[in-house]
Design a protein around this ligand. Structure first.
Ligand SMILES: *Cc1c(COP(=O)(O)O)cnc(C)c1O
Length: 369
């Protein structure tokens, strides 16, 4: 079986983990946590980094830190991971959805303005699969309507938008360090920002909102979203391989592009746009004539694991039961969800495995046609 993700742990991961064990620093108090925060913030052009236990927690903290209150509306793409909507709903705020853009698979930024109301407080920009969201219009709208911007860059380590790092846009940005992300700590994530007060607020919220003066007297509802030194040790080792990982991702994407260049009835990822070269977080394909589930099942039988694209938020039963998104439809995202899937794309994948994947995809598509 070729798994959809294989992590790459080829640097100092083992050495730094041993250091934790030998020194006894295993909790979030250990020195690798601060090192990861400083080094990661620097990589993405931010002043502050706040390491947390996963990317979902990062979104929750970031959204609360920018002041989202019950009843506030947050504009976000319908096609994304559930983490984004959980953060909004968890605060009692209201998710307001926009459709996807058919070529880039990211949110259609031109559909945002018509969704802005008096209650809108923030726009959540989520970069998906390998290309960044078109940030210019989002930045303009935020300025015009006085909105906050939360950038979910969980899939975008190392990507840039017009040369500026993803993770450096808006008030606050978040990343995940799950093993299918470019930098992994097993489980983990980080919030990055340039604002001192947001940094302090995120640190407070991450650590049970313990008070500075009287530790066990709480003025806020926080969470325990701390990252351990063991996890951060992995992260610091991973950061040392940042450039190599980015290069490998792009090379993997170019290889698959080449393999599939002649395939009919399949939409491949855009290799580049005017604002970015694809970083191929994963290599997605969108079938023009059939649903993805059919080819995915056949590939599984041939020993190749794949994953469907996200399932739109307006189709989620748990959200519909809350009375959200009644009668709403977002046709581009619906098509992407049903017809899109991605093939093994992890950094640990070998060239031989990729060749095997590409051949199986081409053969299976021929069989289906
Ligand atoms: C992975 C991911 C997350 C969640 O990160 P976890 O570490 O798995 O909680 C959030 N947003 C996006 C876009 C992601 O890809």
């Amino acid at each position: 079986m070729i798994p959809v993700n294989t992590p790459r742990l080829e640097g100092n991961e083992k050495k730094y983990l041993l250091e934790c064990i030998e020194s006894g620093w295993i909790s979030s108090e250990g020195p690798f946590v601060a090192a990861l925060e400083t080094q990661f913030a620097q990589k993405v052009g931010r002043t502050y980094g706040i390491a947390v236990c996963n990317g979902t927690a990062a979104l929750q903290i970031a959204l609360k830190a920018i002041g989202i209150q019950p009843g506030d509306e947050v504009i976000m793409p319908t096609l994304t991971i559930v983490s984004c909507v959980l953060a909004v709903v968890g605060l009692g705020a209201v998710p307001v959805l926009v459709d996807s853009q058919p070529e880039t698979w990211n949110m259609d930024v031109h559909a945002i303005e018509e969704k802005i109301t008096k209650k809108t407080k923030a726009i959540m920009a989520v970069h998906l699969y390998g290309l960044p969201v078109e940030m210019d219009l989002i930045l303009q709208l935020a300025e015009k309507y006085n909105l906050k911007i939360l950038e979910d860059a969980a899939q975008m380590h190392g990507q840039t938008y017009h040369g500026k790092p993803c993770g450096s846009f808006g008030d606050v940005s978040t990343f995940s360090f799950y093993p299918n992300k470019l930098v992994t700590t097993g489980e983990g994530g980080i919030v990055v920002t340039d604002e001192k007060t947001l940094n302090e607020q995120c640190r407070l919220l991450r650590n049970l909102a313990f008070s500075k003066e009287n530790r066990y007297c709480h003025e806020e509802l926080g969470w325990n979203f701390r990252l351990s030194n063991l996890q951060a040790a992995l992260g610091v080792a991973q950061l040392e391989q940042w450039e190599a990982c980015i290069d490998k991702k792009r090379a993997m994407g170019a290889f698959y592009q080449e393999c599939f260049s002649e395939l009919p009835n399949v939409q491949r990822p855009l290799a580049k746009t005017s604002y970015a070269n694809n970083i191929y977080w994963v290599f997605g394909l969108v079938l023009q004539k059939s649903k993805a589930s059919c080819i995915m099942a056949q590939l599984k039988q041939k020993g190749i694991e794949t994953r469907a694209f996200f399932y739109p938020m307006h189709w989620q039963p748990v959200l519909q039961q809350k009375g959200l998104f009644r009668g709403e439809s977002y046709p581009v995202s619906e098509k992407l969800a049903l017809h899109g899937f991605y093939i093994p794309s992890g950094l640990g994948l070998t060239k031989a495995q990729m060749t095997c994947v590409a051949e199986a995809v081409i053969d299976t598509l021929k069989e289906i046609a």
